[in-house]
Design a protein around this ligand. Sequence first.
Ligand code: TEU
Length: 510
Amino acid sequence: MPPAGEPWWRSAVVYQIYPRSFADAGGDGVGDLEGIRGRLDHLSWLGVDAIWVSPFFGSPMADFGYDVADYCDVDPLFGTLSDFDHLVADAHERGLRILVDWVPNHTSDQHPWFAESRSSRSSAKRDWYVWRDRPNNWKAAFDETQSAWTWDEATGQYYLHLFLPEQPDLNWANPEVVEAMHGVLRFWLDRGVDGFRVDVVHGLGKDPAFPDAPPETADRPWSGQNDHQSTHAILRDLRRLVDGYPGDRVLVGEVYLLSTRQIAPYYGDGDELHLAFNFAPLYAPWEAPAWRRSVDRVVEELDPRHAWPTWVLSNHDNPRHRTRYGSEARARAAAVLLLTLRGTPFVYAGEELGLEDAEVPPERRVDPGGRDGCRAPIPWDASTGHGWAGDDPWLPWPPEADVRNVAAEREDEGSVLHLYRRLLAARRESVALRLGSWSPLPSPPGVLAYEREAGADRRAVVVNYTDDVVKVAFPQAWTVQVSSDGQSEGASYEGTVGASQALLLRRQPP
Ligand code: TEU
């Protein structure tokens, strides 16, 4: 339990589930809510505090659920509302919180709101979306040759879509849109969810003049640039709504702006997002100076009074960090970093198995954004179906699924899975790791070292980004609590850190 007065989400570790790929109870090769429910005991064993489930709402799946056609129902592919209620009940019974993924920037083009909006220029919902006679130069995501505006023959205007043409942008300047979307939040809050991951939250407020992107960035998608002050009033209203419910419900915003300085304002004065993703470190190379800079930015840019940091290495939109960093040893070291920095960490399902991206042959590629590799199904055991109920899953298995699967790694105390479990346990028992201060420790080039402190509880972390053994001496005596390769745990720290190794150290009593 978090200390009194601290909201749960500051000390929590959130586990992201991409429902298509997590676990299939129905046997159609696509994961589902019942599949997730069947694996909750495993997640409790692992030791995460909350799950965030990517969209499972009614959708034609042009963007695999990020194109929502019915915000208040479960797509039959994933189950039913009653499956969802069971999932919430069973998660809560185990002390696991549950966040759902709310996609407010755009709907599916199959949403009845858009059908009505595009039906005529005088439709009552015409202004629920963004219609213009002339497009500006904004580019859509996924394909930089695509304009963010699509011509609609029937009514002779363009509509805006920061993503696919099948994902028209809502017009949040229209109070009826705001009211309808508030209704969506209430629907899920009333069903007991603990909060929302808010998709593309920086996209909501648009400059009413729709000015062109500047020439320097005109060839990049506008979805990574939209940053208009009108979003902040929208967020303050959302915050009031969510804070009106008991139990510290949380808004975690996907602010897809790639500098920490641009993300900071989305926390407002503690009256906008509770948490905001910070993707700059996710795009940083596996090098000590780059990571030191990333951490320094967070320390400098995020106001410590109300902007609690977040950390994420992998998600459903990017190659897994095991794949990006190029070795299991580095991925293990990165896990030590992720779970010991100051802030709320997000773990993407499968990284705790050390999974690499799947090789997806051209004929099996399905995502318009080229993101299939990191969305490969989770192998639960070594059998041919890897614990999935039915036929071949919708994407190929990740590499080495016969040995890199949940059952095999649970048996093997040296596995990546056990490393994550030990790190999660270490966080739970240490207030310094969960909520303590962060300060850098002097370290040689290629190494990042820091201390976490809360009263008498002190931990140090040493991350060696190099492929050589490095000497890192400290004046005090420390014990190795967790090491990324499992070596020397429980022994005194001897002043060297192995190639691509990371250590979590516990201060020895004087
Ligand atoms: O992502 C927002 C976003 O900007 C990324 O899609 C990014 O542009 C892309 O992944 C770069 O490869 C969110 C969701 O996380 C993503 O899955 C959706 O496709 C997108 O919004 C649209 O809803």
